[in-house]
Each structure stands twice: as structure tokens, then as C-alpha cells.
Design a protein around this ligand. Structure first.
Ligand code: F0G
Length: 461
């Protein structure tokens, strides 16, 4: 079968509006060509992120009504706790308002100057929290993770050789925790194999270093394991998820992804003594430990979402949809990072716009073009986000020039994504019409959120 029919039907719809092109051009100019500054109402298909943008089910909305808003020991807390403990097998669960709050609490205890925290790839907020508390965040993804077109099954894997070298060189005194992001968002939404998770776990155990999963997209990762790892083909998704978490001492989770919620997260762990210390930080930053950063109704909705996300038919439709989106883009002549990841397709802007040098921000140009031409919003992950100034003030480009088109869960149909693929195809065919950009105003850090840009004049053909 070449289609995966969604195992749900649509009970409620939300109108979206295609704005006239002149209006989009005006809005772009007003926003300094930064898509984060465009009003969402003026976006037709919004693929900025898959985080918190999913559609909740009728069962989740019904659960919202059952929310128990008692301050302490609410019924909703026990419901949430049992589901999270069932998936992770971890005794201690700290609910937070989203993933970065879980990271902040964890690293406020574990990250200190002089220490090193490895991962396959730290997500931006993970890296920022590690570095805020003083440790160095090191990325040790396998080399093929940097190869845009290598069609390999587990490009999110940790490089076990480099991890072992680091563990030997630094030891448990200098490495307070090892992280592993599943799936690897920064590396293109690529999965990590169960074999690799077990390998990381064994090395960490051998060296006495705690091992934590960044589990935002654990169910999507489990699906890839089932489909691509021969030894796991007969396991169910809940079995694979449990096997993944069984390797770890703890996990941080943004439940805005595979929690199928619009807000929420948690920190789960086995170490009771560490849990006590983290709970003190939780009370200070988020709230009392049985609600943390969430309302009772959020806990209820997430408890249902965390179960629904492990449904085989749901995952086949979800991952299938993203894969078909990637195929449609390629059929339209748009180069992408291969193979297609779990939650997003990453356009290769270097391949799409070879006439724009890295210093003129080709991935930002493609991002702007997608909005100008079709009302489509994606996010630049290239030299606008990661480009730097070297020691002599020279421009140091990002390793890759990508545009991420993240697919919200249960929100858009294949028709929406087919439309996006056509818009992108037309842009790439007509590439000479699109020129570079320069930054005209930027804040001191995380510039991509607020910086303003200006188009460079098109050079004569
Ligand atoms: N870890 C990973 C792998 C993520 O992708 C994210 C968020 C976080 C942690 C932080 O979670 O947003 O709930 O605080 N990623 C979103 C994205 C923002 O668009 O990829 P949060």
C-alpha cells in the first residue's frame, strides 16, 4: 500500500486563510523578513514547529473536563504519574510546563563549570541550559549524521567510539550525565537504534555516568526501531518504548511533541536522592511536585496523549505522512535531507539555491520565498541561525543550510503538504528570481528569533 489512511476522522475544523500575495510581501517587509515576526493568522500552512501545535483527540478534550485542580495530590496527578511511570519504568516523575523547564531543573543540579555533557546532538534549549550552568555541551553524533544525502536507517546514533574516548579521558568526575536525543531533532529528525541506545547505556554504566534520554519524540523513534531494526520487528511500540527507557537512568520530555499536548513536559528518574534535590528546584521554579508547571486538566490530556501516541496505526499514518511529504518535495525537484525524518522534512537550501553564497543566507532566502509565494511558514536552520563571526571578524557559515518544515500532529492533510511541495518546486525551478539577504539589526544572542533582515539586490542575469 502506498497510503496510510489516518486512523481517525475529523470532528472539528478551523478555517485558515490564504492572504493575497501583496499582503504577504507587505507583512514580510514589516517583519524585517523574519518569519517569527509574521502574525500566525496571515500564514496559510504553518510548518514552523511540531511543538505544541498538534490536534488533541476527543478523548483528550473529554479528559480536560475531568481535570482535578486540587493543589496537592490531585486525582489528575495520579493519572499522569501512572502513565509516565508505565512508559518509563521510572519511580520519580516531576511535571513541568515544557521540556526546557525540565532541562533547566536537571542542569541546575548537574551542570557546573569544568564539566562536560555529551549527547548525539543537544537541542538548542538543552545546550543553552547546559551552558547557562557552566558545563560544556558536546555533540557526538555518528559521522553519517552530517551527510545530507546518506540514506541510512539510524543517522541519529551516538558515535560510541568517540563517547568511549570521552568517558575514558574525563571519567565520572567530569561527566555528570550523558544525554541522548530521540529522535535527533538537530540532526534532521533522524532516529537512534535500540542497539545504539543499549551501547550508550552500557558505556555509561561501565564508567558510572548517569544516562538520560531527551525523549520528546520517543514514540516516533520507537516506530523507526520497529520498522528498521531487524531484531525489533516483532515488538509492539509500547514494548520498544519500555526497552528504550529501560536503558536510561532518567529522561527529560517536552510533552508538546509525543505527549500530543499543546503544553507540558516532565522529568523522570530512578535516583531517589537526586529526585529530592530536583523537587526542591521544581517547587522554586514551577510549582508543587504533584502539578509542577501544569493545570490538572493538562495532566489529564497528556495522560491520554501519551497512550494514544503509541498506537501502531497512528504512528504508521504520522511517519507515513511525513515520508510522503518528503517524496512529494523530491518529485517536485526540491533537494532534501535524506532519509526523511520523523517530524519534519529538511530542505537542502544549498542544493536548492546554489546561486546564493552562504554569507547571503540561502536558507533564509528559501524560507522567505516559501512564505511570499505560498503563505507557507518554515524555519531556517542555517547560517542565519548558526552562522558566526570568526576571530578576524570573517563570516563562518553553518555546517548545513537547511529549512525545516515541521509537520504538526493530526493537523494537516496530505493535500496541504502536496500544496507545499508544489510551491517549493515552483520556487526551485524559478530560482534566479530569488536573491540573498543580509542581517541589518540583531540582538547579542539567539538572533534568529528577533533579528531583522533586508533583501540584497538581485545580480543581473
Ligand atoms: N528537546 C528537543 C529535542 C526539542 O525538539 C525541544 C523543542 C526541546 C527539547 C525543548 O522543549 O520547547 O517544550 O521547551 N523543540 C521545538 C522545536 C521547540 O520546534 O523543535 P520545549
Amino acid at each position: 500500500m502506498s497510503t496510510w489512511p489516518e486512523p481517525y476522522r475529523i470532528k472539528m475544523v478551523e478555517a485558515i486563510r490564504m492572504t493575497p500575495k501583496e499582503e504577504r510581501l507587505r507583512l514580510l517587509e514589516k517583519a524585517g523578513y523574519n518569519l517569527f515576526l509574521i502574525p500566525a493568522e496571515a500564514v496559510f500552512v504553518d510548518l514552523l514547529t511540531d511543538s505544541g501545535t498538534g490536534a488533541m483527540s476527543d478523548r483528550q478534550w473529554a479528559a480536560i473536563m475531568r481535570g482535578d485542580e486540587s493543589y496537592a495530590q490531585a486525582r489528575s496527578w495520579f493519572r499522569f504519574y501512572e502513565v509516565v511511570k508505565g512508559i518509563t519504568g521510572m519511580e520519580h516523575v516531576l511535571p513541568t510546563h515544557q521540556g526546557r523547564a525540565a532541562e533547566n531543573i536537571l542542569f541546575s543540579e548537574l551542570s557546573k563549570p569544568g564539566l562536560v555533557i555529551p549527547s548525539n546532538n543537544h537541542f538548542d534549549t538543552t545546550r543553552a541550559n547546559v551552558e547557562f550552568f557552566g558545563a560544556e555541551a558536546v555533540d557526538l553524533v555518528v559521522p553519517e549524521g552530517h551527510d545530507i544525502h546518506a540514506r541510512l536507517p539510524f543517522k541519529g546514533n551516538m558515535d560510541l567510539g568517540r563517547l568511549e574516548d570521552l568517558l575514558k579521558a574525563k571519567g565520572r568526575e567530569k561527566i555528570p550525565v550523558c544525554m541522548l536525543t530521540v529522535t535527533n531533532n538537530t540532526g534532521g529528525g533522524q532516529p537512534v537504534s535500540l542497539e545504539n541506545i543499549r551501547g550508550v547505556s552500557a558505556l555509561c554504566r561501565e564508567h558510572g555516568v548517569p544516562f538520560f534520554l531527551d525523549a520528546c519524540r520517543f514514540a516516533e523513534n520507537a516506530y523507526f526501531i520497529q520498522q528498521r531494526e531487524a531484531a525489533c520487528k516483532d515488538m509492539t511500540i509500547p514494548e520498544i518504548a519500555r526497552a528504550m527507557f529501560a536503558c536510561a537512568d532518567g529522561a527529560t520530555m517536552s510533552a508538546k511533541k509525543d505527549g500530543l499536548g499543546n503544553i507540558g513536559g516532565f522529568l523522570a528518574l530512578r535516583d531517589g536522592a537526586l529526585a529530592v534535590r530536583l523537587k526542591n528546584a521544581l517547587i522554586l521554579r514551577e510549582g508543587f511536585p504533584t502539578y509542577g508547571g501544569l493545570a490538572g486538566r493538562d495532566l489529564e490530556a497528556l495522560a491520554v496523549g501519551l497512550e494514544e501516541v503509541q498506537d501502531q496505526a497512528y504512528l504508521a499514518a504520522r511517519i507515513g505522512q511525513v515520508a510522503r511529504f518528503g517524496d512529494a518535495l523530491q518529485k517536485n525537484g526540491v533537494p532534501i535531507l535524506e532519509p526523511t525524518g520523523g517530524h519534519a522534512v529538511y530542505l537542502d537550501a544549498r542544493g536548492a539555491f546554489p546561486h546564493i553564497p552562504a554569507a547571503d543566507l540561502p536558507a533564509q532566502s528559501l524560507t522567505v520565498a516559501l512564505y511570499a509565494e505560498g503563505g507557507v511558514r518554515g524555519v531556517e536552520i542555517g547560517s542565519f541561525m548558526f552562522g558566526k563571526k570568526g576571530h578576524d571578524g570573517e563570516f563562518v557559515p553553518a555546517a548545513m543550510e537547511l529549512v525545516r518544515l515541521a509537520v504538526p500532529r493530526r493537523v494537516y492533510t496530505d493535500n496541504h503538504l502536496g500544496y507545499v511541495a508544489e510551491v517549493a518546486g515552483d520556487i526551485v525551478r524559478d530560482r534566479a528570481r530569488f536573491g540573498g539577504f543580509r542581517v541589518v539589526d540583531e540582538p547579542p544572542f539567539l538572533r534568529h528569533f528577533t533579528a531583522r533582515l533586508a533583501p540584497l539586490p538581485l545580480s543581473a542575469p
